[in-house]
Design a protein. Structure first.
Length: 411
């Protein structure tokens, strides 16, 4: 199915409405799609080559990143976290008497997405619903997953045989938000025991930096245009003027509101883990720079870091926050508390299963679509050109789960 991005027409046979809400279907498999990570020293460089495939990241940068993995025995914590999440999803599905087998496939390491799709098909399933370990809109966090699924369907020749849809981005789903809220409560209590003056505490909401151009392309075009207008930003200017940062700011605001311990405490959204050449602008400020500037400007004694952009404690959390940002705090004589990621928090897992259950035609009762911010609940089926990125050779990859998807539909 092809859509004209300028004037999308909605084909009622496609099974979704003009708000991108997909009608329930009889899905017969659930795919947990994640990033993947190395499981030993020998995996580190091949893994990094996979991640940076076709993007010309210099070897020096790969070596720099490799060092973070090397220091942890060449093992990323992400795979064990996904095994635990898969088990938790299976348990929650079974608790609710939902009969849906769960499969796991990664973009960059074994088990890879194409093999997993083949396995799903070989096991006799024909309609898979995907949940990714990524909550926000953007190329890396949404579209790249949809592309990898689209490319995998072509590669395995399962196009037209296996239908693949995806659960919407869930940044403002109550399950995701509540798991952060609980961690923030505990983290702030710990901080308040060390620093008894709230004016000397600052909350940093930390997320993955992305290129400004990816941020500007995140989400549907009309929303990006509206945000740019609303914030009075210059074209290309970010931080609230693009869907990626606006979604984070909206969730941060909700958290500051629902967590009583946060009353009277200042906060800001900061970024981490930037890569790529310095000539390409990425979202700023970096958490370390922001901490230094704050310490210069104000009488500050402690920082609470909420890893708002991350679903589990993977390498970018344990290295860039728990190692580097913590060191910066120590140098500046600041107390440092990093609050938990959702991981396998019961509210988070139940929230993911709610979003799956909403989509299942075989259930008598489906949960309401929930979303706590003005942006949610997000689209089940992405808008035309959502989070688009044109490849270096000028082509675009096939995607699933969007109105302009050509694969993954009509099994
Ligand atoms: C938005 C976002 C998420 C969250 C959403 C999602 O989950 O997808 C995410 C997750 C992750 N990113 C991860 C690791 C890496 N990300 C890299 C590179 C990049 N990430 C980017 C963005 C994101 N990344 C971008 C714009 C690049 C630039 C290069 C490119 O255009 O691709 C590189 C290459 C080396 C480097 O340049 O740093 C590595 C090794 C791991 C695994 C950690 C572990 O092993 O525990 C995870 C979960
Ligand atoms: Fe998207």
């Amino acid at each position: 199915m092809t859509e004209n991005p300028a004037a999308p027409s909605f084909d009622p046979r496609a099974g979704y409405d003009e708000n991108g809400v997909m009608e329930p279907k009889a899905y017969d498999a659930l795919l947990l799609a994640s990033f993947g990570g190395p499981e030993g020293q020998d995996d580190v460089i091949p893994f990094l080559r996979n991640v940076t495939r076709g993007r010309g990241i210099p070897d020096e940068r790969l070596e720099e990143v490799a060092a973070h993995y090397r220091a942890h025995g060449g093992v990323s914590p992400i795979n064990d976290q996904n095994r635990a999440l898969k088990a938790a999803l299976e348990e929650e599905l079974s608790r609710r008497n939902i009969d849906l087998p769960v499969y796991w496939g990664n973009r960059n390491w074994d088990p890879y997405v194409p093999e997993t799709l083949q396995q799903i098909y070989d096991d006799g399933h024909r309609r898979a619903l995907t949940v990714t370990t990524s909550a926000y809109s953007g190329y890396s966090s949404c579209r790249q997953y949809r592309e990898d699924l689209g490319v995998a369907l072509r590669e395995t020749r399962l196009e037209g045989k296996l239908e693949v849809d995806k659960v919407r981005q869930y940044f403002d789903h109550p399950g995701f938000v509540q798991s952060f809220a609980e961690g923030m409560r505990d983290g702030l209590r710990t901080m308040l025991e060390r620093v008894d003056d709230t004016s000397k505490i600052h909350v940093f909401f930390a997320t993955h930096s992305i290129p400004d151009s990816d941020a500007a392309a995140a989400g549907p075009r009309p929303l990006a245009e509206e945000l740019t207008r609303r914030t009075g930003a210059e074209p290309g200017e970010t931080n609230g003027a693009d869907a990626y940062s606006a979604q984070h700011l909206a969730v941060a605001e909700i958290l500051m509101e629902v967590v009583d311990e946060a009353a009277g405490i200042d906060w800001s959204l900061v970024y981490q883990s930037r890569s790529g050449p310095p000539s390409v602008p990425w979202l700023e400020p970096d958490i370390n720079d922001a901490m230094e500037e704050l310490a210069q400007q104000q009488d500050i004694a402690g920082v609470v870091v909420v890893p708002l952009g991350f679903v589990s404690d993977h390498m970018e959390v344990v290295w860039d926050l728990d190692t580097e940002a913590k060191e910066t705090a120590e140098e500046l004589n600041l107390e440092f508390v990093r609050t938990p990621t959702p991981g396998t928090h019961q509210r988070f897992v139940a929230g993911l299963v709610d979003m799956v259950a909403e989509r299942l035609a075989q259930l008598d009762e489906r949960p309401q679509r929930a979303g706590m911010s003005e942006f949610g609940p997000w689209y089940d089926v992405c808008r035309p050109d959502c989070c688009v990125k044109t490849m270096r050779d000028g082509t675009q990859k096939p995607t699933v789960a969007a109105v302009d998807s050509e694969v993954g539909v009509h099994a």
